[in-house]
Design a protein around this ligand. Structure first.
Ligand SMILES: Cc1ncc(C[n+]2csc(CCOP(=O)(O)OP(=O)(O)O)c2C)c(N)n1
Ligand SMILES: [Mg+2]
Length: 669
């Protein structure tokens, strides 16, 4: 019978052979962590390879995503729909086994990892989602939601600053079902992280002390190649109310006689000769990609998983008979379905905003939406990175979440923009929630890569950004976004909204809530914005991302504006009309959605025949050239802002009726 070590060697063999075949990849981490993975996956992980979407499965996150072959080996061996051909096609076009684990490619990959530090952050989000969902749904005798989140991470993840943000919060929020395995191999790409003989190096933290200070349970100095020690550590971790870091001393590339323990095996094939020597050293007598049947049976998680899931199904049935409404809600939420009446009620509210014609800052309009939509959506889970009072993210039904009471719907993320955003992605991936998190638009920059990951993974994270331009005023250029909106708009699969009034704000929220195949960024102003009158047709076109807000007969020019500059464009159009110049005004709250509309609609809004176009937006000018063309002009920002009252800055940087009018005059010659 195969020993634990033999079973772990199946991972080692698959990993080194797949990397060799692809002639690229990372054999070191999979070979180093194979023994840990064997104990966790065969003896502890609660999962059903036949149903990778089972709501109560344990989550497993490979935060050191370069070790993707570790995850692919585990999925293949334990019986997921990931055949050996996919392992042979590692890193090839259209395979399910891309270079780093990509969400949505292979079944069982819970999140995309590769940008170090974000996997552990997603794992914190998943553990947090589990804790909140459990608090909302579990009843005495019914632990409907009850699973662990396990994550593997390396030196790289711990060096990344985001790991501080999220692990600190995980400690405060007492995420006891989060169990992290630190691959303490002393190596990263450039070599020995702690230097050689006490000299040099770049990572010499006292990691156990660091995590203890966060409020974690730390199990130090576990031999990552000793199955019994790993087993004991997992037991101890599961017994704790605190999140646990298991520090595993491992040897990178374990089994490779000439490369193990060295950075050489981190991210390059071992080479045919070394692979042969490794086979010998490990006593692995099978050919490349050959796994004997008895190994597959020993690894298979199928039967156990099916049994676990049917046991849970029984639990669910019992819950359902006692709490039928809650059970239906649980199903609805974990299936990602909105309440049946949401869309109609949201439309009624949008109509109400139109009738009310209220002048408020769009951040306030956003809060009004939350007050309106929040009571309809128990799945709504909000937060802000220590700017709740400015972002206006708290609504009347908010209940704070704390370490001791997770039965709430509002998170204080603290000053952790990047951590918040990556945690949000983890919550979205977990399921059961629609989650939003807020900061100033400027500080999106700190969180940028997590926003990108939400878009890459098509996750419904709703990023709320207030204080959206130089219009914020006195805080000055450090706080005034300029190029940030272009960056958001350049992100594939992200919808970026910059509404001009209460109506567009409500439409943006409705769109973000209904959009379950990607993230939205909702960009709101600090300053008050005038309400716009609309016909029924105009009102229904707001959701198309761009529409004609002011239609002139025989228009000679088009003004395109968003957010706070729509009012300016309207005034400029009025003044031009007085001069006998007919101008249409297009409000473009979400350019990406406008670009998805059919050509015929786009032509009605931006007719080819009208080449005199001026875009007005108090953010970076460059984005708009594709809409205004070579004959057009942009009134936008090309420099940083200044510190002064917002209205003074708007004048200073050319956001005046006079300037917009003169730009239109230029275009019509
Ligand atoms: C944010 C980010 N920066 C840099 C990299 C490139 N990179 C991939 S692995 C790695 C070193 C990681 O070291 P460690 O986690 O110790 O991995 P090991 O070599 O032990 O497998 C680096 C710098 C990355 N993937 N993500
Ligand atoms: Mg390392």
């Amino acid at each position: 019978m195969a020993s634990r070590r033999d079973l772990a060697n199946a991972i080692r063999a698959l990993s080194m052979d797949a990397v060799q075949q692809a002639n690229s990849g990372h054999p070191g981490a999979p070979m180093g962590m194979a023994d840990i993975a064997e104990v966790l996956w065969r003896d502890y992980l609660k999962h059903n390879p036949s149903d990778p979407t089972w709501a109560n499965r344990d989550r497993f996150v490979l935060s050191n995503g370069h070790g993707s072959m570790l995850l692919y080996s585990l999925l293949h061996l334990s019986g997921y729909d990931l055949p050996i051909e996919e392992i042979k096609n590692f890193r090839q076009l259209h395979s399910k086994t891309p270079g780093h684990p990509e969400y949505g490619y292979a079944p069982g990959v819970e999140t995309t990892t590769g940008p170090l530090g974000q996997g552990i952050s997603n794992a914190v989000g998943m553990a947090l989602a589990e804790k909140i969902l459990a608090a909302q749904f579990n009843k005495p005798g019914h632990d409907l939601v009850d699973h662990h989140t396990y994550t593997f991470l390396g030196d790289g993840c711990l060096m990344e600053g985001i790991s501080h943000e999220v692990c600190s919060l995980a400690g405060t929020l007492k995420l006891g079902k989060l169990i992290a395995f630190y691959d303490d191999n002393g190596i990263s790409i450039d070599g020995d992280v702690a230097g050689v003989d006490g000299d040099g190096g770049w990572f010499t933290d006292d990691t156990p002390a660091r995590f203890e200070s966060y409020g974690w349970q730390v199990i130090p100095a576990v031999d990552g190649h000793d199955s019994d020690a790993i087993d004991a550590a997992i037991k101890q971790a599961q017994a704790s109310e605190k999140p646990t870091l298991i520090c595993c001393k491992t040897v990178i590339g374990f089994g490779s006689p000439n490369k193990q323990g060295k950075e050489d095996c981190h991210g390059a094939p071992l080479g045919a000769d070394e692979i042969a020597l490794t086979r010998e050293q490990l006593g692995w007598e099978y050919d490349a990609f050959e796994i004997p049947e008895d190994y597959y049976s020993a690894w298979s998680g199928v039967e156990k998983g099916q049994a676990e899931q049917s046991e849970w199904n029984k639990q669910f049935a019992a819950y359902q008979s006692e709490f039928p409404e809650l059970a239906a809600e649980f199903k609805r939420r974990t299936n990602g379905e909105l309440p049946a009446d949401f869309s109609d009620k949201a439309d009624a509210y949008i109509r109400q905003c139109q009738d009310k014609m209220e002048k408020v800052a769009s951040r306030k309009a956003s809060q009004n939406c939350l007050n309106e939509f929040g009571p309809l959506l128990p799945e709504l889970l909000g937060g802000s990175a220590d700017l709740a009072g400015s972002n206006l993210t708290i609504w009347s039904g908010c209940k704070d979440i704390s370490g001791d009471n997770a039965n709430g719907n509002y998170l204080y993320y603290g000053v952790r923009e990047f951590g918040m955003s990556a945690i949000m992605n983890g919550i979205a991936l977990h399921g059961g929630f629609i989650n939003y998190g807020a900061t100033f638009l400027m500080f999106m920059e700190y969180a940028r890569n997590a926003v990108r990951m939400a878009a890459l993974m098509k996750q419904q994270s709703i990023f709320v950004y207030t204080h959206d331009s130089i219009g914020l005023g006195e805080d000055g250029p450090t706080h005034q976004p300029v190029e940030q909106l272009s960056a958001l708009r350049a992100t594939p699969n992200l919808h970026t909204w910059r509404p001009c009034d209460t109506v567009e704000s409500a439409v943006s929220w409705k769109s973000a809530i209904e959009r379950n195949d990607g993230p939205s960024a909702l960009v709101f102003s600090r300053q008050g914005l005038a309400p716009m009158a609309r016909s029924d047709e105009q009102l229904s076109n707001v959701g198309r991302g761009g529409y004609t807000l002011r239609k002139a007969n025989d228009a000679q020019a088009i003004l395109i504006a968003t957010g706070s500059e729509v009012e300016l464009a309207m005034s400029a159009a009025d003044q031009l009309a007085e001069k006998g110049i007919a101008v249409n005004v297009v409000s473009m709250p979400c350019a990406e959605i406008f670009c998805e509309q059919d050509k015929a609609y786009q032509e009605t809004v931006l007719p080819q025949s009208i080449r005199a176009r001026v875009a007005v937006e108090a953010l970076h000018a460059d984005y708009w050239h594709k809409f205004v063309g070579l004959d057009g002009r942009v009134v936008g920002m090309t420099s940083f802002g200044e510190s002064a009252p917002g209205n003074i800055l708007m004048k200073e940087f050319g956001f005046t009726v006079e300037n917009v009018v003169s730009k239109v005059m230029e275009t019509i010659g």
